[in-house]
Write a protein that binds this ligand. Structure first.
Ligand code: FRU
Length: 452
């Protein structure tokens, strides 16, 4: 494997600047997102040996600002016996695990051991622990692994957080094929007790994967709060293929209960946003990152020297929408406008506007249309470079605008092969990959005349 410099690299214009990409390998889910001593850590599912899924291991990148990422050495590497599937990292401030050293709080990773043929556990998935006492640089796997095994073939993706009320660690994981989130508690991250099971609800068209659970205040309603359960669904997503769903509810330290009328919402209505989870240890902020691709075609995306990007980091909050339901709003952490193409515009109520994004030469148009009359937002990537590498790469994506009869504020961010569109203060987010022949550098916003 070579790591070409940006100058030599084929397709260099497709490589995003502020969205993390692995230097020269395959990537899927973000794992172990954690803020530790002023540094953001992003671990990620990677194949250290290639551009396709396999040999699953945890790659590692760090950033001071969620925009500039530096790739680090592989954190957890596959062995003959086990692949390292998705999971999370917590800062064990009180050293409940006893894994700290010299008074330093350890970083503790909970990840899925996916056992391979060489293992006596072959055919099962169970949860394991690794820890680091040097700020995530090197990791040791726990001799007691796996620490949580239910003899299941599809028990994976542990996301762990500290629950003040219970005074315990909580883990959400999935029984992927049963479309269930299983909830466990632990005093020390090493011994786990089953508390409850949630689901199915909402979409069950594909396996349930990569859950997350967190509490948020409701903006504009002092004292009000709710819990958000996030679940990724492997198929049947908003634009076909995989997608990320969320359910608003309550969590009493034991059981998650959906609020009345909550049947699951798409976190992002685009085709390319999956396995989104949030950072540990960010205080009052709740920041999420997703994988900016889709299992339907991820292995065939035409980037020659690496494969897949993450989304921008997004601050999320809850607000009540006009129909009375609580909805997540997402605000991206934005790069400097000089680094990455971005454009804000408003489409006044009763009008339709399009933003056309092209190369410097006016080619490879990507067209985003905001129709406040029909209440639709549409992204057409059919003429924006290579759109035919896979039949499941949908050329046109359309979504309902969540609010009607109002002016619609829109933000478009284009960074290499990733486009993110936000509308209505991020109540709607839409992420899509594009593969133009040259960099997209120009945006033209025009008003579409009403039909007479
Ligand atoms: C989600 C997923 C996870 C699993 C990982 C394997 O994209 O299928 O459920 O842990 O990818 O790479």
């Amino acid at each position: 494997m070579t790591t070409p410099t940006a100058r030599q690299e084929a397709g260099a214009h497709l490589r995003p600047r502020a969205h993390f990409t692995p230097t020269g390998t395959w990537m899927n889910d973000p794992n172990g997102l954690v803020l530790h001593e002023g540094t953001y850590h992003l671990f990620f599912q990677t194949n250290p040996l290639g551009l396709e899924w396999g040999n699953m291991s945890w790659g590692h990148a760090t950033s001071p600002d969620l925009l500039t990422w530096t790739e680090q050495d592989i954190a957890l590497r596959f062995t003959q016996e086990e692949a390292i599937f998705s999971g999370s990292v917590v800062v064990d401030h009180d050293n409940t695990s006893g894994l700290g050293e010299d008074g330093r709080a350890p970083l503790v990773a909970l990840y899925t051991s996916h056992y391979l043929e060489a293992s006596p556990r072959h055919g099962t998935q169970a949860q394991s622990v690794a820890w680091s006492t040097d700020s995530g640089r090197t990791w040791q796997t726990h001799p007691g692994n796996p620490v949580l095994d239910r003899g299941s073939s599809d028990f994976r993706d542990p996301k762990v957080f500290w629950h003040e009320g219970r005074g315990a660690w909580i883990m959400v994981a999935v029984e992927a094929m049963d479309h269930q989130v299983v909830i466990y508690a632990s005093p020390d991250l090493l011994t786990w007790e089953h508390l409850s099971t949630f689901g199915p609800v909402g979409s069950t068209a594909g396996a349930w994967e990569c859950p997350d659970l967190f509490r948020l205040p409701v903006r504009g309603e002092p004292g009000a709060e709710a819990w958000v359960l996030v679940v990724s669904v492997g198929d049947g997503g908003p634009a076909g293929g995989s997608g990320t769903m969320y359910v608003v509810g309550d969590f009493d330290g034991t059981t998650f209960t959906a609020r009345e009328g909550e049947t699951g919402q798409w976190l992002d209505v685009g085709p390319d946003h999956y396995a989104a989870v949030s950072f540990d240890n960010t205080g009052e902020r709740r920041v999420m990152i997703g994988w900016a691709s889709n299992w339907a075609y991820a292995v065939r995306t035409p980037t020659p020297t690496w494969r897949s990007s993450m989304s921008l980091a997004r601050d999320v909050h809850l607000a009540r929408s006009r129909d009375g339901q609580l909805r997540l709003h997402q605000r991206p952490v934005l790069p400097e406008a000089d680094d990455v193409l971005q454009r804000r515009f408003t489409t006044p109520a009763g009008t339709t506007r399009t933003a056309t994004v092209t190369t410097e030469a006016g080619q490879d148009p990507l067209v985003i249309r905001v129709d406040t009359v029909g209440g639709r937002l549409r992204l057409d990537r059919s003429r924006c470079g290579d759109a035919s590498f896979d039949p499941r790469f949908v050329p046109v994506v359309e979504a309902a605008l969540p609010e009607h009869g109002v002016d619609v504020d829109v933000l478009v961010v284009v960074d290499g092969c990733v486009v993110e569109v936000y509308a209505l203060d991020g109540e709607l987010a839409l992420t899509a990959q594009v593969f133009p022949a040259a960099a997209l550098t120009r945006v033209t916003v025009t008003e579409v005349a009403p039909a007479v």
